[in-house]
Ligand binder design. Structure first.
Ligand code: ISE
Length: 360
């Protein structure tokens, strides 16, 4: 079996393994019924095997009603996250609130011993991430999976398998682009790190299996399409412990589409991520191929695979996806990039504590 066949088999297994096993029904409570929360409720209800949404929570009545309507009859409604977490009809919780509300919900769910799927970021500060990590370690149970869905994308998985095969030698350089067609006026220069580049921060660290040690940011000429306060595009540079250099072009007003690219240059070959497949259309003496326009379409299958994986793993009580420690590493890397945006210098990335053996 060659490298590509191996990857595709693994990808198919993510969706199919539940067909072979009878999964017990996992009763999920979803905290946060905004756009992302409703998307997850729909996914859990319509496309995930072995899960049912028994409760939803949101402070905003209208959103709560919308979330409950997608979950279907019998779904309990809560205004308060703690009440949902402690509801006996909830085995596991989804945390899909804004980032600043994650910490309290995470600590409460750990106290209740409930399995957790938390959308990125883990918390908004590195200190808060450590508090959550220490609480999880103290509980003695692996409870938290973090929503870094790119690790479940077929394109990244193919590159991961190719790197693991050893056929191409050691990775040396990674080129990434992260382009959004446009962002709202509320999007800030710092969000280019915390909201956008955070995906490359996690997925590249996982892909090359190495930790980042330094960060730098370059500001090219600003596009006329950006709001006056926003520096767009940006080039984010990261270096890993073994010396791999990563460049990430973050361009969130590129206008033409949602365009995610990744190429890993190795000692003995270069691995460029395949794009989702669309037909080449010939018309008017031109050949054209579709580019997606948003992350929900581009990463539709990855989102489904990560949630199915989390539900399937519940039966065995294990977490195979990104952990709270990955969330902490992403947070300190993002903090260094934001410092670099301000200083113009190369900023060091150093964890405040060793990785607990619990996460090995
Ligand atoms: C958004 O929050 C995401 O997670 C998207 O994947 C990213 O492309 C976008 O820039 C972010 O704002």
């Amino acid at each position: 079996m060659n490298v590509m066949e191996l990857t595709l088999e693994r990808f198919r297994n993510m969706f199919q393994r539940t067909n072979e096993e009878e999964l017990p029904m996992l009763k999920v409570g979803v905290i946060g019924c905004g756009g992302m929360g409703r998307d997850h409720i729909k996914r859990l209800v319509e496309r995930t095997q072995g899960a049912t949404v028994t409760a939803v929570a949101d402070m905003v009545d209208e959103l709560l009603d919308q979330g409950a309507a997608i979950a279907g009859s019998g779904c309990k409604k809560f205004k308060n996250a703690d009440d949902l977490i402690n509801c006996p009809d909830v085995d596991a919780v989804f945390i899909v609130t804004p980032g600043f509300a994650h910490k309290d919900a995470l600590l409460s769910a750990i106290r209740a011993g409930k399995r957790i799927f938390c959308e990125k970021p883990l918390c908004t500060t590195a200190e808060d991430c450590l508090e959550v990590i220490n609480a999880e370690v103290k509980s003695g149970k692996h409870l938290i999976q973090l929503g870094f869905m790119r690790r479940y994308d077929k394109g990244y998985l193919q590159i991961k398998e190719a790197l693991k095969s050893g056929e191409y030698g050691a990775p040396l350089i990674v080129h990434c682009t992260h382009r959004n067609p446009l962002v709202p006026d509320s999007y800030t220069t710092e969000m280019a790190v915390h909201d956008t580049a955070i995906h490359e921060i996690d997925v590249i660290h996982w892909l090359v299996d190495d930790d980042f040690v330094s960060a730098q940011v370059l500001f090219p000429r600003v596009t006329g399409a950006a709001a006056a306060h926003l520096k767009d595009p940006q080039i984010m540079l990261l270096r890993t412990k073994s010396g791999i250099c990563v460049d990430d072009e973050v361009f969130v007003n590129c206008k033409f589409g949602y365009d995610i690219n990744c190429e890993v240059v190795c000692e003995d070959g270069a691995l460029k991520m395949a794009q989702p497949s669309y037909p080449d259309v010939r018309k008017g003496a031109k050949v054209a191929t579709t580019i997606d326009t948003d992350c929900f379409v581009r990463f539709h299958d990855a989102y489904d695979a990560e949630v199915q994986g989390w539900v399937s793993d519940a039966a065995a009580g294990v977490i195979n996806g990104p952990t709270a420690w990955d969330g902490y590493l992403a947070a300190i890397t993002a903090d260094a990039l934001v410092r670099a945006q301000k200083s113009g210098a190369i900023e060091e990335i150093k964890p405040a504590q060793e990785k607990p053996a619990f996460y090995n």
